[in-house]
Design a protein around this ligand. Structure first.
Ligand SMILES: O=C([O-])[C@@H](O)[C@@H](O)[C@H](O)[C@@H](O)C(=O)[O-]
Ligand SMILES: [Mg+2]
Length: 420
Protein backbone atom coordinates (compact mmCIF):
# COMPACT_ATOMS: atom_id res chain seq x y z
CA UNK A 1 0.00 0.00 0.00
CA UNK A 2 1.52 3.33 -0.97
CA UNK A 3 0.14 6.70 0.08
CA UNK A 4 2.16 9.64 -1.12
CA UNK A 5 2.40 13.00 0.61
CA UNK A 6 0.89 15.69 -1.62
CA UNK A 7 1.02 18.74 0.69
CA UNK A 8 2.31 19.79 4.10
CA UNK A 9 0.82 22.78 5.88
CA UNK A 10 2.89 24.35 8.68
CA UNK A 11 1.07 26.81 10.98
CA UNK A 12 2.55 28.57 13.99
CA UNK A 13 0.00 29.23 16.74
CA UNK A 14 -0.04 30.94 20.13
CA UNK A 15 -2.18 30.13 23.16
CA UNK A 16 -2.69 31.95 26.45
CA UNK A 17 -0.34 30.95 29.24
CA UNK A 18 -0.16 31.85 32.92
CA UNK A 19 2.74 33.38 34.87
CA UNK A 20 4.36 30.09 35.88
CA UNK A 21 7.75 30.52 37.53
CA UNK A 22 10.80 28.39 36.86
CA UNK A 23 14.58 28.55 37.16
CA UNK A 24 14.96 30.62 33.99
CA UNK A 25 12.24 33.19 34.65
CA UNK A 26 8.50 33.15 34.07
CA UNK A 27 6.15 31.97 31.33
CA UNK A 28 5.06 34.73 28.94
CA UNK A 29 1.34 35.54 28.36
CA UNK A 30 1.38 33.30 25.27
CA UNK A 31 3.05 29.95 24.57
CA UNK A 32 3.99 29.00 21.00
CA UNK A 33 3.46 25.77 19.08
CA UNK A 34 3.71 24.75 15.43
CA UNK A 35 0.96 22.63 13.90
CA UNK A 36 1.86 20.33 11.01
CA UNK A 37 -0.81 18.98 8.69
CA UNK A 38 0.39 16.36 6.20
CA UNK A 39 -2.02 15.54 3.34
CA UNK A 40 -2.00 12.66 0.87
CA UNK A 41 -3.17 12.46 -2.71
CA UNK A 42 -6.12 10.35 -1.54
CA UNK A 43 -7.44 13.28 0.54
CA UNK A 44 -6.51 12.17 4.08
CA UNK A 45 -4.63 14.34 6.55
CA UNK A 46 -2.38 13.55 9.50
CA UNK A 47 -1.44 15.88 12.38
CA UNK A 48 1.72 16.68 14.30
CA UNK A 49 2.55 19.33 16.91
CA UNK A 50 5.93 20.74 17.88
CA UNK A 51 7.75 23.77 19.33
CA UNK A 52 7.07 27.21 17.89
CA UNK A 53 10.39 29.02 18.22
CA UNK A 54 11.51 30.72 15.01
CA UNK A 55 14.68 28.77 14.15
CA UNK A 56 12.76 25.52 14.71
CA UNK A 57 9.82 26.79 12.64
CA UNK A 58 12.16 27.54 9.73
CA UNK A 59 13.64 24.03 9.97
CA UNK A 60 10.14 22.54 10.03
CA UNK A 61 9.21 24.54 6.91
CA UNK A 62 12.33 23.31 5.06
CA UNK A 63 11.66 19.70 6.06
CA UNK A 64 7.98 20.06 5.05
CA UNK A 65 8.95 21.07 1.51
CA UNK A 66 11.31 18.09 1.26
CA UNK A 67 8.57 15.58 2.12
CA UNK A 68 6.33 16.05 -0.92
CA UNK A 69 6.09 12.71 -2.75
CA UNK A 70 7.29 10.60 0.22
CA UNK A 71 5.28 7.52 1.19
CA UNK A 72 3.58 7.84 4.60
CA UNK A 73 4.44 4.18 5.32
CA UNK A 74 8.15 4.74 4.62
CA UNK A 75 9.31 6.30 7.88
CA UNK A 76 12.97 5.67 6.99
CA UNK A 77 12.59 7.74 3.83
CA UNK A 78 10.77 10.47 5.75
CA UNK A 79 13.67 10.55 8.24
CA UNK A 80 16.26 10.57 5.43
CA UNK A 81 14.55 13.55 3.78
CA UNK A 82 14.24 15.45 7.07
CA UNK A 83 17.92 14.90 7.90
CA UNK A 84 18.90 15.98 4.36
CA UNK A 85 16.80 19.15 4.64
CA UNK A 86 18.88 20.13 7.68
CA UNK A 87 22.24 19.80 5.92
CA UNK A 88 22.61 23.57 5.35
CA UNK A 89 21.25 24.43 8.80
CA UNK A 90 23.50 26.91 10.59
CA UNK A 91 21.00 28.29 13.09
CA UNK A 92 21.14 27.49 16.77
CA UNK A 93 18.37 27.16 19.35
CA UNK A 94 14.66 26.86 18.77
CA UNK A 95 14.01 23.95 21.05
CA UNK A 96 11.25 25.72 22.98
CA UNK A 97 12.65 24.92 26.42
CA UNK A 98 13.87 28.39 27.41
CA UNK A 99 17.49 27.43 27.92
CA UNK A 100 16.79 24.26 29.90
CA UNK A 101 17.68 21.69 27.27
CA UNK A 102 20.18 22.53 24.60
CA UNK A 103 21.73 19.35 23.34
CA UNK A 104 18.91 17.17 22.08
CA UNK A 105 19.35 16.14 18.48
CA UNK A 106 18.06 18.74 16.04
CA UNK A 107 17.07 16.15 13.45
CA UNK A 108 15.04 14.21 16.04
CA UNK A 109 13.23 17.39 17.06
CA UNK A 110 12.39 18.23 13.45
CA UNK A 111 11.44 14.69 12.52
CA UNK A 112 9.01 14.24 15.41
CA UNK A 113 5.85 16.07 14.17
CA UNK A 114 6.18 14.55 10.69
CA UNK A 115 6.56 11.05 12.09
CA UNK A 116 3.50 11.55 14.30
CA UNK A 117 1.52 12.91 11.31
CA UNK A 118 2.64 9.96 9.15
CA UNK A 119 1.51 7.51 11.86
CA UNK A 120 -1.81 9.36 12.15
CA UNK A 121 -2.21 8.95 8.37
CA UNK A 122 -1.17 5.29 8.43
CA UNK A 123 -3.76 4.62 11.13
CA UNK A 124 -6.48 6.43 9.20
CA UNK A 125 -5.54 4.54 6.03
CA UNK A 126 -5.81 1.08 7.60
CA UNK A 127 -8.53 2.01 10.11
CA UNK A 128 -6.50 1.34 13.29
CA UNK A 129 -5.43 3.59 16.19
CA UNK A 130 -1.81 4.77 16.40
CA UNK A 131 -1.35 2.68 19.57
CA UNK A 132 -1.89 -0.42 17.38
CA UNK A 133 0.86 0.73 15.03
CA UNK A 134 3.14 0.93 18.08
CA UNK A 135 2.53 -2.68 19.06
CA UNK A 136 -0.87 -2.35 20.68
CA UNK A 137 -2.19 -0.62 23.79
CA UNK A 138 -1.17 -2.37 27.02
CA UNK A 139 -3.42 0.02 28.99
CA UNK A 140 -6.77 1.61 28.19
CA UNK A 141 -6.11 4.75 30.22
CA UNK A 142 -2.95 6.78 30.61
CA UNK A 143 -2.36 8.37 34.01
CA UNK A 144 -0.83 11.84 34.36
CA UNK A 145 0.72 13.86 37.20
CA UNK A 146 -0.62 17.07 38.70
CA UNK A 147 2.15 19.49 37.68
CA UNK A 148 2.40 22.35 40.21
CA UNK A 149 4.21 25.62 39.60
CA UNK A 150 5.04 28.53 41.82
CA UNK A 151 3.14 31.34 40.16
CA UNK A 152 2.08 34.94 40.40
CA UNK A 153 -1.59 35.81 40.79
CA UNK A 154 -1.62 37.31 37.30
CA UNK A 155 0.55 38.61 34.51
CA UNK A 156 1.41 42.26 35.24
CA UNK A 157 -1.48 44.51 34.24
CA UNK A 158 -4.01 41.65 34.09
CA UNK A 159 -6.76 40.59 36.52
CA UNK A 160 -6.01 37.71 38.89
CA UNK A 161 -6.40 34.39 37.03
CA UNK A 162 -8.51 31.46 38.25
CA UNK A 163 -5.51 29.81 39.97
CA UNK A 164 -4.34 32.83 41.96
CA UNK A 165 -0.88 33.15 43.47
CA UNK A 166 1.22 30.24 44.72
CA UNK A 167 4.40 31.58 46.25
CA UNK A 168 4.64 29.57 49.46
CA UNK A 169 3.70 26.12 50.83
CA UNK A 170 0.09 27.14 51.56
CA UNK A 171 -0.34 28.54 48.05
CA UNK A 172 0.99 25.31 46.52
CA UNK A 173 -1.28 23.14 48.69
CA UNK A 174 -4.22 25.29 47.52
CA UNK A 175 -3.10 24.88 43.90
CA UNK A 176 -2.70 21.11 44.30
CA UNK A 177 -6.13 20.82 45.93
CA UNK A 178 -7.80 22.66 43.04
CA UNK A 179 -5.92 20.66 40.42
CA UNK A 180 -6.69 17.33 42.05
CA UNK A 181 -10.36 18.30 42.57
CA UNK A 182 -10.68 19.18 38.88
CA UNK A 183 -8.56 16.45 37.28
CA UNK A 184 -8.28 13.68 39.85
CA UNK A 185 -4.49 13.32 39.62
CA UNK A 186 -3.00 10.77 41.99
CA UNK A 187 0.61 11.98 41.89
CA UNK A 188 2.15 15.45 42.16
CA UNK A 189 5.20 17.14 40.65
CA UNK A 190 6.50 20.53 41.79
CA UNK A 191 8.53 22.68 39.42
CA UNK A 192 11.27 23.97 41.71
CA UNK A 193 14.46 25.94 41.18
CA UNK A 194 12.53 29.14 41.94
CA UNK A 195 13.13 29.76 45.65
CA UNK A 196 15.90 28.79 48.05
CA UNK A 197 15.98 24.95 48.39
CA UNK A 198 14.92 25.20 52.07
CA UNK A 199 11.66 26.82 50.96
CA UNK A 200 11.08 24.15 48.33
CA UNK A 201 11.77 21.39 50.86
CA UNK A 202 9.18 23.04 53.15
CA UNK A 203 6.71 23.10 50.24
CA UNK A 204 7.23 19.39 49.54
CA UNK A 205 6.76 18.59 53.23
CA UNK A 206 3.53 20.63 53.26
CA UNK A 207 2.31 18.69 50.21
CA UNK A 208 3.22 15.42 51.89
CA UNK A 209 1.18 16.44 54.94
CA UNK A 210 -1.81 17.56 52.86
CA UNK A 211 -1.69 14.53 50.52
CA UNK A 212 -0.36 11.57 52.51
CA UNK A 213 0.44 8.60 50.32
CA UNK A 214 0.47 10.61 47.06
CA UNK A 215 3.74 10.15 45.13
CA UNK A 216 5.66 13.45 44.99
CA UNK A 217 8.41 14.72 42.66
CA UNK A 218 10.54 17.86 42.73
CA UNK A 219 12.31 19.31 39.68
CA UNK A 220 14.62 22.33 40.16
CA UNK A 221 15.97 22.12 36.58
CA UNK A 222 19.60 21.63 37.63
CA UNK A 223 20.14 24.88 39.55
CA UNK A 224 21.57 23.18 42.61
CA UNK A 225 25.22 22.32 43.22
CA UNK A 226 26.18 18.72 43.99
CA UNK A 227 26.36 19.35 47.80
CA UNK A 228 22.98 21.12 47.80
CA UNK A 229 21.42 18.30 45.79
CA UNK A 230 22.76 15.72 48.24
CA UNK A 231 21.52 17.72 51.24
CA UNK A 232 18.02 18.12 49.79
CA UNK A 233 17.88 14.50 48.65
CA UNK A 234 18.82 13.24 52.09
CA UNK A 235 16.35 15.58 53.76
CA UNK A 236 13.52 14.30 51.60
CA UNK A 237 14.22 10.61 52.22
CA UNK A 238 10.97 8.67 52.11
CA UNK A 239 9.09 11.71 50.78
CA UNK A 240 9.90 11.86 47.04
CA UNK A 241 9.25 9.09 44.53
CA UNK A 242 12.03 10.69 42.47
CA UNK A 243 14.15 13.81 42.41
CA UNK A 244 14.33 15.29 38.91
CA UNK A 245 17.45 17.03 37.56
CA UNK A 246 18.77 18.41 40.85
CA UNK A 247 22.11 19.31 39.27
CA UNK A 248 23.67 19.71 35.82
CA UNK A 249 25.86 17.14 34.05
CA UNK A 250 26.03 13.35 33.86
CA UNK A 251 29.06 12.85 36.17
CA UNK A 252 27.60 15.31 38.69
CA UNK A 253 24.22 13.54 38.66
CA UNK A 254 26.20 10.32 39.26
CA UNK A 255 27.82 11.87 42.36
CA UNK A 256 24.41 12.89 43.71
CA UNK A 257 22.84 9.53 42.88
CA UNK A 258 25.43 7.72 45.04
CA UNK A 259 24.49 9.78 48.11
CA UNK A 260 20.71 10.18 47.99
CA UNK A 261 18.11 7.55 48.84
CA UNK A 262 15.64 8.16 45.98
CA UNK A 263 15.97 7.61 42.21
CA UNK A 264 17.17 10.57 40.12
CA UNK A 265 15.20 11.40 36.99
CA UNK A 266 16.13 13.57 34.03
CA UNK A 267 14.90 15.42 31.00
CA UNK A 268 18.05 17.52 30.90
CA UNK A 269 21.23 15.44 31.00
CA UNK A 270 19.89 12.57 28.90
CA UNK A 271 17.98 14.04 25.96
CA UNK A 272 19.54 12.20 23.03
CA UNK A 273 20.62 8.63 22.28
CA UNK A 274 24.36 9.32 22.54
CA UNK A 275 23.93 10.41 26.18
CA UNK A 276 22.54 7.06 27.29
CA UNK A 277 25.87 5.23 27.36
CA UNK A 278 27.68 7.74 29.64
CA UNK A 279 24.58 8.00 31.83
CA UNK A 280 24.63 4.23 32.35
CA UNK A 281 28.41 4.22 32.89
CA UNK A 282 28.09 6.86 35.62
CA UNK A 283 24.87 5.36 37.01
CA UNK A 284 23.76 9.00 36.83
CA UNK A 285 20.01 8.57 36.43
CA UNK A 286 17.56 5.90 37.41
CA UNK A 287 14.58 7.33 35.51
CA UNK A 288 14.61 8.84 32.00
CA UNK A 289 11.80 11.22 31.11
CA UNK A 290 11.06 10.50 27.49
CA UNK A 291 9.48 13.13 25.27
CA UNK A 292 8.55 12.27 21.71
CA UNK A 293 8.99 15.93 20.70
CA UNK A 294 12.74 15.71 21.15
CA UNK A 295 13.43 11.97 20.95
CA UNK A 296 12.40 11.82 17.27
CA UNK A 297 8.75 10.80 17.44
CA UNK A 298 6.84 7.82 18.76
CA UNK A 299 8.86 4.93 17.30
CA UNK A 300 12.18 6.36 18.44
CA UNK A 301 10.67 6.98 21.88
CA UNK A 302 9.83 3.28 21.91
CA UNK A 303 13.47 2.54 21.04
CA UNK A 304 14.41 4.66 24.06
CA UNK A 305 11.96 2.64 26.17
CA UNK A 306 13.65 -0.61 25.09
CA UNK A 307 17.09 0.74 25.97
CA UNK A 308 15.79 1.81 29.39
CA UNK A 309 14.36 -1.66 29.87
CA UNK A 310 17.67 -3.27 28.92
CA UNK A 311 19.67 -1.15 31.37
CA UNK A 312 17.11 -1.30 34.20
CA UNK A 313 16.34 2.39 33.90
CA UNK A 314 12.89 3.59 34.89
CA UNK A 315 10.82 5.50 32.34
CA UNK A 316 8.58 8.51 32.80
CA UNK A 317 7.35 11.20 30.38
CA UNK A 318 8.29 14.89 30.17
CA UNK A 319 6.05 17.74 29.11
CA UNK A 320 6.20 21.34 27.93
CA UNK A 321 3.23 23.68 27.38
CA UNK A 322 1.25 21.84 24.70
CA UNK A 323 -2.05 21.44 22.86
CA UNK A 324 -4.30 18.49 22.04
CA UNK A 325 -2.34 16.96 19.16
CA UNK A 326 0.64 16.50 21.47
CA UNK A 327 -1.60 15.11 24.21
CA UNK A 328 -3.08 12.56 21.79
CA UNK A 329 0.39 11.47 20.66
CA UNK A 330 1.60 11.21 24.28
CA UNK A 331 -1.42 9.09 25.18
CA UNK A 332 -0.95 6.65 22.27
CA UNK A 333 2.77 6.34 23.01
CA UNK A 334 2.23 5.84 26.75
CA UNK A 335 -0.51 3.29 26.06
CA UNK A 336 1.82 1.22 23.89
CA UNK A 337 4.90 1.41 26.16
CA UNK A 338 4.78 -1.50 28.63
CA UNK A 339 7.69 -0.32 30.79
CA UNK A 340 6.37 3.20 31.42
CA UNK A 341 6.73 2.92 35.17
CA UNK A 342 5.49 6.34 36.27
CA UNK A 343 2.58 8.68 35.59
CA UNK A 344 3.34 11.17 32.79
CA UNK A 345 3.87 14.92 33.13
CA UNK A 346 1.48 17.28 31.42
CA UNK A 347 1.02 21.06 31.36
CA UNK A 348 -2.62 20.53 30.26
CA UNK A 349 -4.35 22.17 33.29
CA UNK A 350 -2.48 25.42 32.60
CA UNK A 351 -4.10 25.99 29.21
CA UNK A 352 -7.55 27.50 28.61
CA UNK A 353 -9.92 24.73 27.41
CA UNK A 354 -11.03 26.76 24.39
CA UNK A 355 -7.41 27.32 23.29
CA UNK A 356 -6.89 24.28 21.11
CA UNK A 357 -6.70 23.33 17.46
CA UNK A 358 -8.56 20.02 17.74
CA UNK A 359 -12.31 19.44 17.79
CA UNK A 360 -13.21 19.18 21.49
CA UNK A 361 -14.35 15.94 23.08
CA UNK A 362 -11.78 13.39 21.89
CA UNK A 363 -9.54 13.65 24.96
CA UNK A 364 -10.61 14.31 28.51
CA UNK A 365 -9.31 13.69 32.01
CA UNK A 366 -11.09 11.62 34.61
CA UNK A 367 -9.43 10.34 37.78
CA UNK A 368 -6.15 11.81 36.53
CA UNK A 369 -6.09 9.74 33.35
CA UNK A 370 -7.01 10.03 29.68
CA UNK A 371 -8.83 7.24 27.87
CA UNK A 372 -6.77 6.03 24.90
CA UNK A 373 -8.65 6.94 21.69
CA UNK A 374 -9.67 3.85 19.74
CA UNK A 375 -10.62 5.53 16.44
CA UNK A 376 -8.33 5.47 13.40
CA UNK A 377 -4.99 7.30 13.69
CA UNK A 378 -4.58 9.65 16.64
CA UNK A 379 -8.38 9.73 17.00
CA UNK A 380 -8.60 13.53 16.80
CA UNK A 381 -9.79 16.04 14.19
CA UNK A 382 -8.40 19.44 13.26
CA UNK A 383 -10.66 22.42 14.04
CA UNK A 384 -9.73 24.71 11.14
CA UNK A 385 -11.50 27.78 12.55
CA UNK A 386 -9.63 27.37 15.82
CA UNK A 387 -6.35 26.90 13.93
CA UNK A 388 -6.96 30.16 12.03
CA UNK A 389 -7.89 31.98 15.25
CA UNK A 390 -4.82 30.72 17.08
CA UNK A 391 -2.60 31.63 14.15
CA UNK A 392 -4.00 35.19 14.32
CA UNK A 393 -3.23 35.08 18.05
CA UNK A 394 0.35 34.11 17.15
CA UNK A 395 0.66 37.04 14.73
CA UNK A 396 -0.83 39.47 17.27
CA UNK A 397 1.19 38.18 20.25
CA UNK A 398 4.45 39.46 18.78
CA UNK A 399 6.22 36.53 20.50
CA UNK A 400 8.45 34.57 18.16
CA UNK A 401 10.71 32.69 20.60
CA UNK A 402 10.08 31.44 24.10
CA UNK A 403 11.98 33.77 26.42
CA UNK A 404 11.11 33.26 30.09
CA UNK A 405 14.25 35.13 31.15
CA UNK A 406 13.65 38.16 28.94
CA UNK A 407 10.05 38.40 30.12
CA UNK A 408 11.10 38.12 33.78
CA UNK A 409 13.73 40.85 33.31
CA UNK A 410 11.19 43.12 31.62
CA UNK A 411 9.30 42.97 34.93
CA UNK A 412 12.23 42.76 37.34
CA UNK A 413 15.40 44.08 35.68
CA UNK A 414 17.55 42.89 38.62
CA UNK A 415 16.46 39.22 38.26
CA UNK A 416 19.37 36.78 38.01
CA UNK A 417 19.29 33.08 37.17
CA UNK A 418 19.64 31.19 40.48
CA UNK A 419 22.32 28.72 41.55
CA UNK A 420 22.16 27.30 45.05
O1 LIG B 1 7.19 24.83 31.57
C1 LIG B 1 8.19 24.96 32.29
O2 LIG B 1 8.52 26.03 32.81
C2 LIG B 1 9.01 23.73 32.56
O3 LIG B 1 10.08 24.04 33.39
C3 LIG B 1 9.48 23.10 31.28
O4 LIG B 1 10.06 24.06 30.45
C4 LIG B 1 10.47 21.97 31.49
O5 LIG B 1 10.98 21.57 30.26
C5 LIG B 1 9.92 20.71 32.04
O6 LIG B 1 8.62 20.69 32.39
C6 LIG B 1 10.82 19.92 32.94
O7 LIG B 1 10.39 18.94 33.47
O8 LIG B 1 12.00 20.27 33.06
MG1 LIG C 1 12.22 18.23 34.28
Amino acid sequence: MSELISAVQVTPVAFRDLPLLNSVGVHEPFALRTIVEVSTASGQYGLGETYGDEPHLRRIERAAAALIGADIFDLHEIRRRVVHSLKQDTEVGGHGMAGMVTTSSTSDRVLSPFEVAALDLQGKTIGRPVSDLLGGAVRERVAFTGYLFYKWAAHPGQDEDEWGAALDPDGLVRQATKMIDEYGFSSIKLKGGVFHPDEEVAAIKALRKAFPGTPLRLDPNAVWTVPTSIKVGQELEGVLEYLEDPTAGIPEMGQVAREVPMPLATNMCVVAFDQLKPAVQHDAVQVVLSDHHFWGGLKRSQALASICDTFDLGLSMHSNSHLGISLAAMVHLAAATPNLDYTCDTHWPWKQPEDDVIVPGALSFSEGAVQVPTGPGLGIELDRDALARMHQQYLASGIRNRDDTGYMRSIDPSWKAPLW
